[in-house]
Design a protein around this ligand. Structure first.
Ligand SMILES: C[S@@+](CC[C@H](N)C(=O)[O-])C[C@H]1O[C@@H](n2cnc3c(N)ncnc32)[C@H](O)[C@@H]1O
Length: 360
């Protein structure tokens, strides 16, 4: 079963607008279909060579008629036995830009065995496809992908993404609307992988491996119990999250309290930068179950984390999804926060390295 949901020229152009600003010499799509991603890449890089692969012979013949000057192969990119004799591997380490909208139908729930950094992983189809692209990337290589929503945060793929984050900066650059592909119900997002300038520092790896602990409020709004006890803490619901601070709440309720410093943000509903709020040191509150919290060691940590979330706003906001009101799960929130903090740790390290180099 092969997916044939081709990318529209408009979406392909949007994806390519996020390509790094260097001049790629070789651009590849390993599931090229009718070639819309490579055509968009060619419009921006008329001098680059194009490498097109697809499992379907008919598709490759059609693409070849349209662009005889491109280089073609016809392999099952998920099957090493198919790729090996094709000569495709001669391009390992030579592709400056990979563009992919891989197959992602998961009707058969199959997983694929892939190798990354010398380790075998089991991954869902779209992630496996992306991992198989990695050896082709050149030293300055980047990858732009249309991926199914949730691919980056699925439990089945979490080990692979964690490994990828050790060598790549991974950004969700856009959350596509449901209508991006005719007849497709799954939501998709646009993702960019660029090489981390250096090996990730240890502290960044620690952040990826789950150092960010997100807790969900426990007070259900419809069944909350008011309390007159002096020791009872004030209820904080999404309506109290405003302007980056937690507004005073007159309502005291029974329930498990948490104490600042912490960073609070909504679990459900439209998230805006305004609603990512700092809970001050020592302030005790009971959280509504529509609010999530990250406990922090200091007020400085809470405010730094807030700044970093705002700096990476498109990625953070794109983690709120759902068929009705958008929402984020505890797991998704801790994954995206780990990813954001990792990236900024790498950037800081690079900035420090630049300053140190300049000081010489
Ligand atoms: C979702 S379409 C995307 C096509 C094109 N890249 C685009 O964006 O319009 C997926 C393509 O992957 C191809 N495909 C599916 N399984 C494949 C595999 N195992 N190896 C290589 N190509 C595959 C299909 O034939 C199809 O053309």
């Amino acid at each position: 079963m092969t997916d044939r949901f081709y990318t529209s020229p408009e979406l392909a152009d949007t994806l390519l607008s996020f390509a790094p600003r260097n001049q790629p010499k070789l651009i590849a799509d390993f599931a090229c279909g009718e070639g819309s991603l490579l055509l968009a890449a060619e419009r921006r890089n008329p001098d680059a060579r194009m490498l097109a692969n697809d499992i379907s012979r008919g598709t490759i013949s059609k693409a070849r008629r349209q662009r005889p000057e491109w280089q073609y192969s016809c392999t099952d990119f998920l099957n090493p036995m198919s790729v090996r004799p094709s000569g495709l591997r001669h391009h390992h380490g030579k592709v400056d830009l990979v563009v992919i909208n891989p197959p992602f139908s998961r009707r058969d729930r199959k997983t694929y065995s892939v190798e990354l950094s010398g380790t075998q992983f089991s991954a869902t189809i779209a992630t496996a496809f992306l991992v198989n692209c990695i050896p082709y990337l050149s030293a300055v290589g980047a990858l732009l992908a249309v991926l199914p929503d949730g691919c980056l945060v699925s439990t089945q793929d979490s080990a692979v993404w964690e490994e990828l984050r050790r060598s790549f900066r991974i950004e969700i650059i856009r959350d596509n609307s449901r209508s991006a592909f005719a007849q497709v119900r799954a939501r998709t997002c646009l993702v960019r992988l660029t090489r981390a300038v250096d090996q990730l520092p240890q502290e960044a790896n620690d952040a990826v491996s789950g150092a960010v602990s997100v807790v969900r409020g426990s007070c259900q709004m419809h069944s909350r119990q008011r309390s007159r006890a002096l020791a009872a803490a004030a209820l904080v619901h999404t309506t109290h999250l405003k302007g980056g601070t937690v507004l005073d709440s007159a309502e005291r309720v029974k329930g498990k309290a948490i104490e600042g410093p912490a960073l609070l943000f909504p679990r459900v509903g439209l998230v805006t930068p305004d609603k990512v709020c700092i809970l001050e040191d020592g302030r005790r509150i009971v959280l509504s179950d529509c609010v999530l919290a990250v406990r922090c060691k200091s007020a400085l940590e809470a405010s730094t984390m807030r700044t970093r979330i705002l700096d990476a706003w498109p990625s953070f906001a794109a983690s709120f999804r759902g068929t009705g009101a958008p929402y984020i799960t505890v797991e998704r929130a801790s994954n995206i926060l780990s990813s954001i903090l990792t990236e900024s740790a790498v950037q800081n390290r690079c900035a420090m390295a630049t300053v140190e180099a300049g000081a010489d």
